[in-house]
Ligand binder design. Structure first.
Ligand SMILES: [Zn+2]
Length: 339
């Protein structure tokens, strides 16, 4: 598009264009649901700069944003130097989740966690490689699922296509490009694959469809009326703490608690609160609170509300990136480490 419009001015740069949309691939071996499918959702961005140096600055800024995003998702990830062969260009990194179902082979250092793509580390069968980061020698092969990729493309595409801008002296000059992608559906599938067990889903905090699931007493049970008073109190108080759109109220009272709890566990809500028989105890009503990873607690109402509040606070902290001790410093650090 930038090759066919009249040349833009250096004043309009940097230009960063992104889109989020479905992609189609004639995949012969579809596997693992959303992990390798014929249709998937992708965020891709192309950047246009006046020089290699400016493209490098853009690369640092976008890489820092990607690093933040993957930290916010709280799924362990590794960032590896990538081979730039197919797409050309000079600098490139891949973001991987480590999982046995991954299709890429990575070498990971057991001392410092550094990981590299085996093509890039130039592994020869006879000579053992050492870790480029800590010089340790204990590198083991792991499988990685690629979830994002960043490239500086240089003028590899802009030159042949004639995509230029007018420089300060009014002369046309090739745009210097970068390309950045996140496999959105794959992030979701791979995150669930990494975190979940056969019995239960486990969501990254920020991706869970709901924060809390509330299950009330069964219709016609002897605890129904007493427990419903507490259920209603929780509906309003939990909703206020985490936001009503984050609270899933399973009000299918014709179903047993056990049946609804089983479904809630399969959906992997971070917190599931059950208002059952023990909630009808007059002196000390107790709730069953199920956390992800099979943990179960018996709590009174205030303790349960405290857990909800803590969860909401953790989510807010993630959204604010408060896990970064010094946001400015973090961004300038990432700007320095392009290799
Ligand atoms: Zn190391």
């Amino acid at each position: 598009m930038l090759a066919t419009t009249s040349p833009i001015s250096y004043r309009q740069l940097p230009l960063r264009l992104y889109q989020i949309g479905p992609k189609f691939r004639d995949e012969l071996k579809t596997r693992f649901g959303l992990m390798r499918a014929k249709e998937f959702l992708m965020k891709d961005m192309y950047s246009f700069d006046v020089s290699e140096e400016k493209a490098g600055e853009t690369y640092a800024i976008v890489s820092a944003a990607y690093d933040r995003l993957f930290k916010q998702l709280e799924v362990p990830f590794v960032k590896v130097n990538a081979a730039t062969g197919m797409m050309g260009g000079s600098v490139s990194h891949e973001y991987h989740y480590i999982s046995p179902v991954g299709e890429d082979t990575l070498l990971q250092c057991s001392s410092c966690g550094f990981a590299g793509n085996s093509e890039v580390l130039d592994v020869k069968p006879e000579s053992p490689v050492s870790c480029p980061s800590c010089k340790g020698s204990d590198l083991k092969e792991v499988r990685g699922v690629e979830v994002a990729h960043t490239f500086v493309l240089g003028d590899k595409y802009s030159k042949p296509l004639g995509a230029t801008f007018l420089n300060t002296s009014g002369k046309p000059q090739s745009l210097v490009m970068g390309c950045y992608g996140i496999g959105i559906t794959r992030v979701i599938a791979a995150a669930l694959e990494v975190l979940s067990s056969e019995q239960e889903l486990y969501w990254p905090c920020l991706l869970a469809p709901y924060d809390v699931c509330l299950i009330g007493p069964k219709q016609g049970s002897k605890e129904q009326s007493a427990a419903e008073l507490i259920e209603n109190e929780l509906l309003s108080k939990v909703g206020k703490l985490c936001g009503h759109q984050e609270l899933l109220h399973d009000d299918r009272k014709e179903l047993t608690i056990g049946k609804r709890l089983l479904e809630a566990k399969r959906l992997g809500h971070p917190l599931t609160i059950v208002v059952g028989a023990k909630a009808a105890q007059q002196d000390s009503p107790l709730l069953e609170v199920h956390l992800s990873k099979g943990e179960k607690l018996e709590l009174d109402i205030n303790e349960a509300l405290k857990l909800v509040a803590e969860h909401s606070q953790h989510k807010k902290n993630l959204l604010n990136c408060s896990f970064l001790q010094d946001k400015e410093e973090y961004i300038s650090q990432s700007a320095g480490q392009q290799h």
